[in-house]
Design a protein around this ligand. Structure first.
Ligand SMILES: Cc1cc2nc3c(=O)[nH]c(=O)nc-3n(C[C@H](O)[C@H](O)[C@H](O)COP(=O)(O)OP(=O)(O)OC[C@H]3O[C@@H](n4cnc5c(N)ncnc54)[C@H](O)[C@@H]3O)c2cc1C
Length: 338
């Protein structure tokens, strides 16, 4: 079959773009690697609020409703649930934090996202200053979403080829969705990708009995069957996607500072978030190679960002519609010319 596009990479970027191309009935294939160091490690949380500063996350009012509709549409098509729709409870560390929350609660810009201060009914989590809840779509089961999307698209005759079995062709129209691996890409390696390493733990606890997502310096995400994901660290020095003892110690220390439950560590994972020097996604066409495109830079919030910008890039690829200046790789032209 003559494919119009080749997508390289099967993380959130490649997958959301594949859905957009499929919707437009475009011929494409996907070249993937069996390893993944971001999407499959991610907690998949969707939080429109930046807790540290109590501001809205970048473009949340646009990105969140778009993402919700996008994932719900795939749930319906595939017949599986990917979103948990659980609230995120922010545990306040002080009366000042509580007051700051109260002050934005009355603000109409935040009212659709946050609830009044309330109690968290869980004896194993210390909440002397109570919690504030964020109503969102909770979290995306990213692994399930990636696996089921591949299965569905394969059933629609979309070809998936492992990178090691693929002969790349310089003339093909390629869209590189390679996450932090873009640093090795011969066309786009010039872009200022600054990956952020993160450790997460999977723990088992019989007595925690928690059914919502809790956040205080770290998150506790219920996975079912008494398993919880706990994370994550942010390390700008570590360049390898391997678990670190330092990260593990940090997570244990933070967890035990505000909880009293017993647990065992079942797994320790780590990954590299594809973060960019200016913290914005990377979309667009190569400055010289007109058949080479990129979709990357999803950073720390890929679940919320990917659907909207996959849609925007798809419009650009098929109809030549504009890419927002803030995310267009043209802003990094000076690095290409350097
Ligand atoms: C610890 C941690 C926690 C996180 N938590 C959250 C969270 O709660 N919420 C959230 O929204 N985001 C979270 N993130 C960020 C999120 O994972 C990313 O924003 C997003 O998953 C990046 O997706 P991607 O497709 O760009 O990259 P990746 O997931 O890295 O996917 C790129 C894929 O391309 C493959 N590849 C590379 N080169 C090639 C090639 N030449 N050919 C074919 N394939 C190739 C790679 O092997 C990989 O599988 C977290 C990340 C980490 C590390």
């Amino acid at each position: 079959m003559n494919h119009t596009f080749t997508i390289y990479g099967w993380g959130l970027a490649g997958c959301t773009l594949a859905w957009e191309l499929w919707k437009q009935k475009v011929n494409f294939k996907v070249v993937y690697k069996n390893e993944n160091h971001s999407s499959r490690v991610a907690a998949g949380l969707v939080n429109p609020i930046v807790f540290k500063r109590l501001t809205k996350s970048w473009q949340a009012d646009v990105l969140l409703p778009f993402a919700k509709e996008f994932y719900e549409d795939k749930e319906e098509l595939i017949g599986r649930k990917f979103l948990s729709n659980k609230p995120i409870s922010r545990v306040f560390a002080s009366i000042e934090e509580q007051n700051s929350w109260s002050s934005i609660h009355g603000d109409e810009r935040f009212e659709k996202y946050i609830s009044p201060i309330t109690e968290l009914k869980n004896q194993h989590i210390k909440t002397p200053f109570h919690v504030g809840k964020v109503e969102s779509i909770g979290h995306l089961d990213v692994n399930l979403f990636l696996n089921e999307s591949m299965r569905f698209l394969e059933s629609q005759e979309i070809e998936f080829v492992q990178l090691e079995n693929y002969n790349a062709n310089d003339a093909e129209k390629a869209i590189y969705c390679e996450g932090a691996d873009v640093l090795e890409n011969k066309y786009f390696g010039y872009l200022p990708m600054r990956p952020t390493h993160g450790d997460v733990l999977i723990i088992r606890s019989e007595n925690l009995q928690l059914d919502e997502i809790v956040n205080k310096n770290l998150f506790i995400l219920p996975l079912g069957d008494n398993l919880f994901k706990v994370g994550a660290t942010y390390n700008w020095k570590m360049k390898q996607p391997i678990p670190t003892q330092e990260g593990k110690n940090e997570l244990i220390e933070k967890l035990e500072a505000f909880t009293t439950f017993e647990y065992e560590i079942v797994k320790h994972q780590a990954g590299l978030r594809p973060t960019v020097s200016d913290r914005r996604p990377l979309l667009g066409r190569h400055p010289k190679e007109e058949n080479k495109f990129i979709f990357n830079g999803l950073g720390t919030k890929g679940v919320m960002i990917a659907p909207y910008y996959a849609n925007q890039l798809c419009g650009h690829l098929l109809k030549g519609t504009a890419i927002d200046d803030e995310v267009n790789i043209e802003r990094h032209l000076k690095h290409f010319n350097a």
